[in-house]
Structure formats: structure tokens, C-alpha cells
Design a protein around this ligand. Structure first.
Ligand SMILES: [Fe+2]
Length: 292
């Protein structure tokens, strides 16, 4: 929000321009905040983490001394930023943090996160019910892949700006309550998740923030059969492939991302033949945004 109103109000061009200016004037590359003690970030470290999150919806951090078991440290970090309402899923460990590594899952369908395959641009939990959307997300690298496993990151505010600059009607189209449907998920002939029908763009926290539901997958997603929605979806695909704010980086051991569930992707990777050196990430998804 600015003094002159809400930038997401399509009728308030002045507020949008001021906010847009601020967003686009920052460096595409965020700082990496070093956290001295994995027992907890200091005041100054927490402030630096919060500043980056406020400016670009994410921050990169690095534990100077990565803990052997990162789970308590990650939970302490998340809860410091108001991330408490964790989204449990089929494969989450007891703590609610999910270990992401190449493994067999206890489900019929082999979920791509647990393979070495690439994952296209998406936000987390786009298939969740609309009242359980993922607002905050933590991703942490315990061990990188031997080769590949590069993350792409893009603040969804930037995607919104690119679309609105080209055609504000595309924003309206992606706010449509039937814009983006994820069909029901079936396993063994039984429905384990109903279809989710909803907008791409919503504005939680009384309209002060932007939330995005998105997956670049062509299969298993259905865009509303409407010329504006389809044009906006096509424009979005082009933006994600080319935007100068889209960051490509390979997290190293002890590094992570704290985010308001920004757009992200992962390249395919090759694990070390030594099982002790395979790629291990931790991820947690929350129904709360990062707040400090
Ligand atoms: Fe993800």
C-alpha cells in the first residue's frame, strides 16, 4: 500500500505507477543474508531477511555453520517470520518439513518433486482448495545435486507488472473465479483431491498483497476457454522465459530461500553415484505469508 492507495486497484493508476517504480528500481539479484547461528537469527540478520522479503517477496539466506539436522533451525527461522500454519501433505515428515530427494513415494503416482526430472514454473499449492492457499514457503538445500538442479525464481509481483503494463484486461481475466482449474486427482480409481477452480491472482490481507496460483504445465491444468484468459496465459509463459528479474541459481549446502510463495522452477539433475551425496532439500509450505 502507498499513501496514494492500493497499487492492485486497476482504477488507481497513480498508486500502481509508484509501486511499480519501486519494484522495478531494485536489483534483480537479492542479497544473501548470512545467519551466524543456526540456533536463531540475530536482530540485524532478521531485519535484513525481512527487508528483502518486503521488497521482492523472497530472500536468500545461508547458515554459516549448517546444522547436521536442519529441521529445528528451519522451523525456528520460519516461526520468527510468522510462518506457523504449516500445510501438511501426503509425503511430509512428522515435523511438516518435507524432505525432497529422489525416492519412491507411498502413492501410486510418482510425484515429480521426488525424481530428478525438471519442474516448470509454478507457485506451490496451486491445487490446494482456495481457502488453503500457500502464502509462505521455505526451501533449503542440505546437499546440492552433483550436476544440475538449478532453481529459477521470479517475484510474482514482477509477472503481474509485466502483464498489467501490456494489457490491464489480462489482469482482470486472471482474477476471474474460473480462470484456472486443476482437475481432481484420482488414485486407484478413488478421488483423493477434488478439482480446484479459482483465479490466478488474488489479493489477500485485505487487498494489500498479491497471491498467485500458477503452473506452466500444459497437462493437468485447464485454462478457462476465454480469449483474454488464454492470451494472458500465453503472455505469462513468454514473460517467465525471458524476464530480466528471473533469477537462476544453484543453492549450495546450508543455503535457502524464504519466500511469499514466489514463482519458481527447477532444472533436472544428476545425483552422485554415492548415495550419501545425493541431492537433499527441505521444503515447508505455510498458509501464512512472511511477516516481521
Ligand atoms: Fe515448488
Amino acid at each position: 500500500m502507498t499513501a496514494s492507495g492500493n497499487p492492485f486497484d486497476l482504477d488507481n493508476e497513480a498508486a500502481y505507477r509508484a509501486w511499480r517504480e519501486r519494484k522495478l528500481s531494485q536489483k534483480a539479484e537479492p542479497p544473501v543474508v548470512a545467519i551466524q547461528s543456526s540456533e536463531g537469527a540475530s536482530e540485524a540478520e532478521a531485519r535484513a531477511l525481512a527487508d528483502s522479503c518486503n521488497a521482492r517477496n523472497f530472500v536468500l539466506f545461508r547458515f554459516r555453520n549448517p546444522p547436521a539436522d536442519p529441521q529445528p533451525a528451519l522451523q525456528a527461522l520460519a516461526s520468527r517470520f510468522g510462518l506457523r500454519d504449516i500445510d501438511a501433505n501426503l509425503c511430509a515428515e512428522d515435523s511438516g518439513l518435507t524432505e525432497i530427494t529422489v525416492k519412491e513415494t507411498a502413492t501410486d503416482n510418482r510425484y515429480i518433486p521426488y525424481t530428478d526430472k525438471p519442474i516448470g514454473w509454478h507457485t506451490d499449492g496451486y491445487y490446494n482448495p482456495m481457502n488453503q492457499q500457500i502464502q509462505g514457503m521455505l526451501l533449503y538445500c542440505k546437499q546440492p545435486a552433483m550436476q544440475g538442479g538449478i532453481n529459477g525464481l521470479l517475484d510474482h509481483d514482477i509477472a503481474y507488472i509485466r502483464l498489467r503494463d501490456q494489457n490491464p484486461d489480462w489482469i482482470r481475466a486472471l482474477m476471474d473465479h474460473e480462470a484456472f482449474t486443476i482437475p481432481a486427482n484420482f488414485e486407484g480409481g478413488k478421488e483423493i483431491r477434488p478439482a480446484t477452480i479459482g483465479p490466478v491472482f488474488t489479493f489477500p490481507n485485505e487487498g494489500t498483497r498479491l497471491h498467485m496460483r500458477y503452473s506452466a504445465r500444459q497437462r493437468n491444468v485447464q485454462w478457462k476457454d476465454d480469449p483474454l484468459v488464454l492470451a494472458a496465459a500465453a503472455a505469462l509463459r513468454d514473460i517467465l522465459d525471458e524476464d530480466p528479474f528471473a533469477l537462476e541459481l544453484k543453492l549450495q549446502a546450508g543455503e535457502g530461500i524464504l519466500s511469499n510463495n514466489i514463482l519458481h522452477r527447477r532444472s533436472g539433475f544428476t545425483d552422485s553415484p554415492d548415495p550419501a551425496l545425493k541431492r537433499v532439500y527441505y521444503r515447508a509450505r505455510y498458509h501464512d505469508p512472511v511477516i516481521y
